[in-house]
Ligand binder design. Structure first.
Ligand SMILES: NC(=O)c1ccc[n+]([C@@H]2O[C@H](COP(=O)([O-])OP(=O)(O)OC[C@H]3O[C@@H](n4cnc5c(N)ncnc54)[C@H](O)[C@@H]3O)[C@@H](O)[C@H]2O)c1
Ligand SMILES: [Fe+2]
Length: 388
């Protein structure tokens, strides 16, 4: 076996109502005045008030920053940091999806260290310490609560990542009660994103290892058995718990065995069309798997019965076909658009998208099969038309 490294968070707390016990976590970390980072939608639906009140009832003085925008731009990060600096906070909590958690991660570094934001981008560029950090996801998707990455929007169509073990929080708190009201379409998109994390981690070219494999497999079982229930019966607590845990396990997997061509081809769609991250992954997933099959069908075959939930027979190619069909059916069942055409992408843009995808070498190097420009274009064309 090849040597490997595996890093993850020090502490995960999982359970209904755990978001109402954040004071305990804060006290353990010596935090009395946390910045509570979230988005206005979550405040409006009443998700954040009880969390803030519970902190106050336990003697803490949370400071609210509730202006996180989806796909957060740098301005949001800087505004949140300024809010925290003025209020002299001594820790950072995020309650929200990947957008709020990513802002909180970077803000904890900006407030606890001495580097400006521009210096943080890239891999391993965070030098200093950070403030104590507690992440509470309200979507079951990005796995950001257990990844060393924060994704920030830096331009009209561009995002940049900060990747450093310093961004792993002190605690990830999984409280599925917070996800009960997640709208069906967000549940579907974020859930497929989490499934893609598991699938791409399992076939990641360089850093896949027995720990990430196990996490990816377990995640895929939880996610594929529960995504339809979570989408169509959002109040089903068991399904929500399974989705949240599945997304977290998939996050731990891809934090160590990085994602590849699905994400590389998804990013340009997000940049140019402002489509949500999970949807863009879903749109290219089947076509990328078909392209990868010659190189990865042994591994895809192992995943087939995890997704279908029943024994799948036949050779590796046949079982890979079953996996891809099952994913297409699942995407249809959770009511996501099946093709780029249906999602409103212009066929005339496919060349430009393929050029942009080529810029994602950081991700493409993890793909089980090399992807050149012509390959990317062929994948987008297949994703445009859908299954033949
Ligand atoms: N750090 C990482 O490892 C990582 C990985 C993948 C993606 N990302 C980033 O994460 C972001 C996407 O995050 P996301 O998909 O979790 O969504 P999000 O945080 O952008 O939220 C999407 C929408 O869902 C709403 N919402 C969230 N939770 C809800 C709930 N429980 N009930 C009702 N509405 C709710 C929000 O108010 C928001 O309007 C992107 O910026 C992406 O680039 C980060
Ligand atoms: Fe993702």
């Amino acid at each position: 076996m090849q040597g490997f490294e595996f890093n993850t968070v020090r502490r995960i707390v999982n359970g209904g109502g755990s978001a109402l016990q954040l004071a305990e976590e804060c006290q353990r970390l010596g935090v009395a005045r946390p910045l509570l980072v979230t988005d206005p939608g979550l405040v409006a639906i009443g998700l954040v008030g009880p969390v803030a009140r519970a902190l106050e009832d336990d003697g803490l003085a949370p400071v609210l920053f509730d202006q996180v925008r989806e796909d957060p731009p740098e301005a949001t990060v800087l505004a949140a940091a300024e809010c925290g600096r003025r209020a002299e906070v001594d820790g950072v909590i995020a309650v929200g999806g990947g957008s709020s958690m990513d802002v909180a991660k970077v803000v904890a570094v900006l407030l606890g260290g001495h580097q400006p934001l521009a210096e943080l981008y890239g891999v391993g560029n965070v030098a200093g310490a950070r403030l104590p950090l507690v992440l509470v996801p309200t979507t079951a998707g990005t796995g950001s609560e257990v990844t060393p990455v924060a994704v920030i929007t830096t331009g009209e169509t561009t995002k940049a990542g900060v990747s450093s073990p310093v961004l792993l929080p002190d605690v990830a708190v999984l409280d599925a009660d917070l996800t009960l009201g997640l709208p069906p379409v967000v549940t579907a998109m974020t859930g497929v994103d989490a499934m893609v994390h598991a699938i791409e981690a399992y076939t990641s070219r360089h850093q896949k290892n027995p720990l990430s494999d196990n996490l990816a497999r377990q995640a895929l079982v939880l996610l594929s058995r529960n995504i339809r229930i979570a989408v169509h019966d959002g109040n089903n607590r068991e399904a929500r718990e399974a989705m949240l845990l599945g997304a977290c396990l998939a996050g731990q997997a891809f934090a160590n065995a990085p994602v590849a061509a699905v994400h590389a081809l998804a990013y340009p769609l997000g940049g140019h069309y402002h489509l949500p991250h999970g949807l863009t992954n879903s749109l290219v997933l089947p076509s990328v798997l078909e392209f990868n099959a010659p190189a990865a069908c042994e591994l895809y075959a192992e995943l087939a019965e995890l997704v279908t939930g029943e024994p799948v027979s036949g050779g590796a190619e046949a079982r890979t076909g079953v996996l891809i069909d099952a994913l297409r059916t699942l995407i249809d069942d959770v009511a996501l658009p099946p093709t780029l055409e249906k999602a409103g992408v212009d066929e005339g843009d496919l060349e430009m998208l393929a050029e942009d995808a080529m810029l994602q070498q950081r991700l493409l190097v993890n793909n089980p099969r090399d992807v050149a420009y012509d390959d990317a274009l062929a994948i987008y064309r297949a994703a445009y038309r859908g299954a033949s």
